[in-house]
Design a protein around this ligand. Structure first.
Ligand SMILES: Nc1ncnc2c1ncn2[C@@H]1O[C@H](COP(=O)(O)OP(=O)(O)OP(=O)(O)O)[C@@H](O)[C@H]1O
Ligand SMILES: [Mg+2]
Length: 260
């Protein structure tokens, strides 16, 4: 199962990505969780030790390694470099690992934004392509907020998008935009998870505004999740309700992916 988790800023992408990865890992499946947000914080949502996470150098910032693999010269943007660098050893070498869970932090592509044609972007693109097409564990990608990553085509090869929404118009509008952009990439499977449910009519508001998007489940608004975030704890370890709800979401997702 190769899933990208997307949506408007602050809706709960990292909370869901971290908890879903833990739920899948607890069923004895291997999981590779990928922090694809330049403002990386998936590590603590997964329950990795914060000191260990902070020592990890994101792949895009491994200057010497990237030079070695691409044959590029430092600072020589526009110079020649290999367009098919070796990347298959990166997940084993550079991810944090605990039992059957791995975390890989991608980092930010410097200068020119994500669309730049530079050694860093070539490495990340190849790495994602390799991971999505050749690795056999479950993949959970925690994306940055918004839509920009969709334009880069980095998610080609994923099985489905999960768009996290909250009971408000703006996050639902983002969800509909993601559906359109994903369709342009040839990905039809775009599902919604409704987060931060606190009132009786919140679920109805979301369900009534989906315009054809399928809902996998809901997560309740819960102060404990915020407290966990402040303490850099995994919601999986402190809140049984979110674990139970994410299990339902995982079962629904498996069913969806099996029937198409
Ligand atoms: N169900 C919930 N109940 C209460 N608080 C929540 C819930 N889900 C997420 N939060 C809180 O909302 C904030 C944003 O969550 P999170 O970091 O998961 O969102 P995000 O979509 O990944 O944000 P970003 O766009 O910055 O990456 C955090 O403080 C988190 O603890
Ligand atoms: Mg996030």
């Amino acid at each position: 199962m190769k899933i990208a988790i997307s949506g408007k800023g602050g809706v709960g992408k990292t909370t869901l990505a971290g908890t879903l990865a833990r739920v899948i890992a607890a069923t004895e499946h291997k999981v590779l969780a990928i922090d694809a947000d330049p403002d990386a914080n998936l590590g603590s949502a997964l329950g990795f030790n914060l000191d260990e996470v902070e020592k990890v150098v994101p792949v895009a910032e491994m200057t010497d390694f990237i030079q070695e693999r691409t044959g590029s010269q430092k600072g020589s943007y526009g110079g020649t470099f290999k367009l098919n660098p070796q990347v298959d050893d990166i997940p084993e070498r550079f991810s944090l690992s605990r039992e059957n869970l791995k975390l890989l932090i991608l980092g930010t592509i410097p200068e020119g934004g994500g669309g730049c044609y530079c050694p860093e972007s070539v490495i990340l693109k190849f790495l994602l392509r390799h991971i999505l097409l050749q690795r056999d564990e479950s993949i959970i990608l925690d994306m940055e907020a918004g839509l920009e990553h969709l334009g880069r085509g980095a998610t080609r090869g994923i099985d489905a998008f999960i768009v996290v929404v909250e009971p408000g118009s703006r996050s639902l509008k983002t969800a509909r935009q993601i559906k359109r952009l994903a369709a342009d990439l040839g990905i039809d499977r775009v599902y919604v998870v409704g987060n931060k449910i606190s009132q009786a009519n919140d679920k109805d508001f979301i369900t009534d505004n989906l315009e054809g998007l399928k809902i996998l489940g809901f997560l309740d608004y819960d102060q404990e999740i915020i407290t966990a975030d402040r303490r850099d704890q995994a919601p999986f370890e402190v809140n049984q309700k979110i674990v139970d709800n994410v299990k339902v979401i995982y079962e629904n997702l498996k069913q969806e992916l099996a029937t198409i």
